[in-house]
Design a protein around this ligand. Structure first.
Ligand SMILES: *Cc1c(COP(=O)(O)O)cnc(C)c1O
Length: 426
């Protein structure tokens, strides 16, 4: 499989380190699994919102020699020796992140977005402090107060939501809840809401109650990098970003913050919540941040958004109800209940046809969470493969046909054909 290079467009195959003879000889069982996974990926249309294809250059950096380097601490302040080149790689990543997002300070070490959130709370709060964040039922991530997550266990969360009529964030409710609960931090951002938060309004509310403003911007990091979404960085005390997802880098978190909080954020990542950083991931982040600064990446991100609009329009024409009436991002969430299926059933029917998307609980969802009334889709992967509006309009039709049930074979056949047509560009 080849991967579209964000900086240069579709490229020829750049090698498959995982398909090397060394792995096949040492562990044929795992080599077979990986080969089958590559085949599964080539034959299906991948619409899970958080997934993407890492660029060839990022993949190369990930398998480079820094994979073996222990480098606890930060450039110039390591607990291990032999770190001069690891320092240089991390400084590249830091400088590129600061420049790309116009941020006074960047920490590129968090292993995931969730661990980045842990570091933010550790830097700003004490156990038991209050936090106001989007409620999980309306699109907040687990790290915004789930009882199954450290956040809900260690802090007192209050949830705000969206209005029932237009599906948009109710800023009056946010302000009222902030005045009532006086939280120490307010978190803005969501995993499924398809519109951009009004960062300035959130800043104003945070200032009024003397709270920190945390931007949870993992889902739209790539759009912010490309200048296609309003940046939270000038408004938020800390912005939590993702290097995977739309940015096409390695799986991981990025933290951007004010100069004032730099030291506290760094200490909250290491040594408070992590040991040595994965230096190959740091190197991969450096590459992804460089690629995201190029005009070709901006064009990619624009195609992801216009593709998502085409998908939302196609799904609306098929009788589903897009949340907020459409999207500003690469994400689309739609209510499938008008078609008489649950979100869980929709996910199953689509998966059976080779269309991979996720069930999604909607705000005010009358269905139990395990069933849900919605599905959520993203255009990151298919856009990396070179698909555009025409393909996404067709995919909306294929999703609608899969949801209708009936004869699934022709839908599955067309999905496979379309997937394979773009797989060797993928
Ligand atoms: C994806 C996402 C997360 C979780 O990311 P992980 O790296 O899997 O921990 C958290 N919050 C938001 C807003 C996200 O979009």
């Amino acid at each position: 499989m080849t991967v579209t290079d964000a900086a240069t467009g579709p490229t020829a195959t750049t090698g498959r380190p995982w398909a090397s003879e060394a792995l096949r000889r040492a562990d044929p069982q795992l080599a077979d699994l990986l080969a089958a996974e590559a085949e599964r990926r080539a034959e299906t249309i991948q619409l899970l919102a958080g997934e993407n294809l890492t660029s060839p250059a990022v993949l190369a950096a990930l398998s480079g020699p820094l994979i073996d380097k222990y480098a606890e601490g930060y450039p110039g302040r390591r607990h291990h020796t032999g770190c001069a080149l690891a320092d240089a790689a991390e400084l590249l990543a830091i400088d590129r992140a600061r420049e790309l997002f116009a941020a006074p300070h960047a920490n590129v070490q968090p292993r995931s977005v969730t661990s980045a959130m842990l570091a933010v709370y550790a830097a700003l709060l004490r156990p038991g402090d209050g936090v106001l964040a989007m409620s999980l039922e309306h699109g907040g991530h687990l790290s915004c107060g789930s009882r199954a997550n450290f956040s809900g266990r260690w802090f007192e969360f209050t949830g705000y939501g969206v209005r029932e009529d237009d599906g948009l964030i109710d800023l009056d409710q946010v302000r009222d809840l902030a005045r009532l609960h006086r939280p120490k931090a307010i978190v803005a951002g969501s995993i499924s809401h398809p519109r951009h938060p009004d960062w300035a309004a959130f800043r104003e509310i945070a200032d009024e109650v003397d709270a920190y403003l945390v931007a949870s911007a993992a889902q739209t990091t790539g759009l912010i990098a490309a200048g296609l979404a309003p940046s939270p960085v000038p408004y938020a005390d800390v912005t939590v970003a993702a290097s995977h997802k739309l940015l096409r880098g390695p799986r991981g978190g990025l933290l951007l913050c004010t100069a004032e909080l730099a030291e506290r954020i760094d200490r909250a990542v290491f040594p408070f919540s992590q040991g040595g950083a994965a230096m190959n991931e740091v190197a991969g982040k450096a590459v992804a941040l460089m690629e995201a600064s190029k005009p070709a990446y901006r064009a990619y991100a624009q195609r992801a958004v216009s593709g998502a609009r085409a998908l939302a329009e196609g799904l609306a024409a098929a009788g589903t109800r897009p949340l907020t009436g459409g999207t500003d991002t690469h994400l689309v969430a739609v209510d499938v209940s008008p078609l008489g299926v649950s979100g869980a059933e929709a996910e199953r029917r689509c998966a059976a046809a080779g269309l991979l998307l996720g069930k999604c609980a909607l705000p005010y969802d009358p269905a139990p969470p395990a069933e849900a009334s919605g599905i959520r889709l993203g255009t990151g992967t298919v856009t990396s493969q070179g698909m555009g509006e025409a393909e996404l309009t067709e995919i909306a039709g294929l999703v609608a046909r899969a949801l209708a049930g009936g004869a699934p074979a022709p839908v599955a056949a067309r999905v496979r054909e379309l997937a394979l047509a773009f797989a060797d560009r993928a």
